[in-house]
Design a protein around this ligand. Sequence first.
Ligand SMILES: C[S@@+](CC[C@H](N)C(=O)[O-])C[C@H]1O[C@@H](n2cnc3c(N)ncnc32)[C@H](O)[C@@H]1O
Length: 262
Amino acid sequence: MQTDRFRRTVVLLAAAVATMAAGGGCERESERESAHAPVAAAGSPAASAGPAAPSATSAPRPGGHLFPMSMAPVLDDPQRDEWQRPDDVVGALSIRPGERIADVGCGTGYFTLRLLRATGATGHVVAVDVQQGMLDILERRLDADAKTRVTLRRNAPDRPLDRSDAVDLVLCANTLYEVGAADVAQFVQSMADGLAPGGRLAVVDWRPTQMRLGPPLEVRMTPARVRELALRAGLAPSQDVDLLPTHMFLVFTKPAGTSKLK
Ligand SMILES: C[S@@+](CC[C@H](N)C(=O)[O-])C[C@H]1O[C@@H](n2cnc3c(N)ncnc32)[C@H](O)[C@@H]1O
């Protein structure tokens, strides 16, 4: 049964979707390259690692559907848990203590904080987003301990990670559909590059079917397209998790012993 709060969430999401469909909810490309500081550190030694900070030479290309900052509170509405099932998503990833994880398109940290808990006291999460505003919200949610174990990084639109990240797991949730068509192949390649050999990429993204939640149908990706991009980036399909009616949940593995993929 729907509660009033759930109905409010649906209305907010529907409003966001309607705005996005009308082309007004996505920030203009020029706004993405506004005068944000390139990298936000959260107390980690690795905070400034990686060449992924935006620059004048990495301007975003058209076609992306950026989640508007004005809708950021929707990402953490507790009623979202009913359909997103974040604890089950993280549970299905069988994260081991001490793993190094990247949350690509981390937003306000809905998954970041759960990933951090799952990886335990010795684990580390690299939280990457193209919008500094999202990283700022996430930073405010980190306590002193979390600040030592989370690296916040604003990335260039087509390069969320690089080889020096060497993470065991990348989670890319509700983000791939936002990446512009001209950037998406390089974006997936960059996530593959950021994995250590044997590491996994998990893509959780809206299924391309008609439903009352989520972004417009025309911006969603098919599982076949995601698989194609992952394969092209040198990854092997390892799991198709049938957990969420609203989302595909695809896991890929970087072959062990692979030091360089292209
Ligand atoms: C719908 S939100 C999802 C946030 C979070 N993963 C979650 O599920 O709550 C999508 C996020 O992806 C980010 N994003 C979009 N394009 C991106 C890109 N090219 N690189 C990194 N982040 C991107 C947006 O800024 C936004 O924070």
